[in-house]
Design a protein around this ligand. Structure first.
Ligand code: URA
Length: 243
């Protein structure tokens, strides 16, 4: 609970002194009742505070997290099948946050969570072409020609994929599997798995290691960190958000 004048000034509607004068002048309402005393307290975010009948919009703090998602979590806030969700990996965060896009249940790696809907929409909009980098462990030997096809664009059941950056990182000595790095800017459902499947290779393991210039450095699987202000600013720029 806080004094009304403090909440009003924090919302940017007036200075604390001005807010006091407004209260004394009978211009402020708390849950529909005019308040004329200075000691009245309210709960920001729960009580409705109005000035001259205009309801105050209280700024909700914007939160931005980078999570290293492990396998076995669904990229959602709730799951009706009772599976564990990515938000359960941030138990200290009490605000309502949601993942920016989706990683499959079995995919690991970099996932942004936020309560900034405007930024989320920008980051997910195809026109902004945000780079996402994945490392896939693919079955067998992925040959040069197949890497080239993946890079140039390949036909999936929902159309051709856009050109991608593709690199063979490692081949297992016994040729049972290899590590392929792919950077794509589309975000179709199960895209990387389907791209590799289209050239005949099952994905055994998939991890996202990069998203819009961010990486997983210093963030162990299952843990998370808050984004730095400069990282948030860069993401907003990518997402076409002005402020
Ligand atoms: N591509 C996939 O196949 N799965 C993901 O989780 C992300 C991209």
């Amino acid at each position: 609970m806080e004094r009304l004048q403090k909440i009003i000034s924090r919302a940017g509607a007036a200075s604390r002194r001005e807010a006091e004068r407004m209260i004394l002048a009978g211009r402020v309402q708390l849950n529909g009742q005019v308040v004329t005393e200075l000691g009245v307290q309210a709960e920001a975010g729960q009580d409705e505070i109005a000035i001259d009948g205009q309801v105050l919009q209280l700024a909700v703090p914007r939160l931005y997290f980078l999570l290293n998602k492990p396998q076995g979590y669904i990229s959602a806030v709730k799951d009706d099948r009772g599976r564990k969700t990515v938000v359960e990996l941030l138990p200290e965060v009490k605000e309502y946050i949601y993942p920016v896009g989706r990683l499959d249940y079995d995919t690991e790696g970099l996932l942004i969570l936020t309560n900034d809907g405007e930024m989320m929409n920008g980051l997910l909009h195809p026109s902004y072409e945000i780079d996402k980098t994945y490392i896939a462990q693919a079955q067998g030997v992925v040959k040069q020609g197949q890497l080239q096809k993946l890079a140039e664009g390949i036909l999936l059941e929902d159309g051709m994929t856009a050109p991608a950056q593709v690199k063979l990182l490692k081949q297992a000595k016994d040729n049972s599997s290899c590590l392929v790095q792919l950077t794509i800017h589309e975000g179709r459902n199960r895209q990387v798995r389907r791209m590799l499947q289209a050239v005949g290779h099952k994905v055994l393991k998939l991890r996202r290691v990069g998203f819009a210039g961010l990486d997983l450095q210093g963030v162990a699987p299952g843990s998370y960190r808050q984004l730095k202000p400069e990282e948030v600013a860069a993401l907003k720029k990518f997402a076409g958000v002005q402020k």
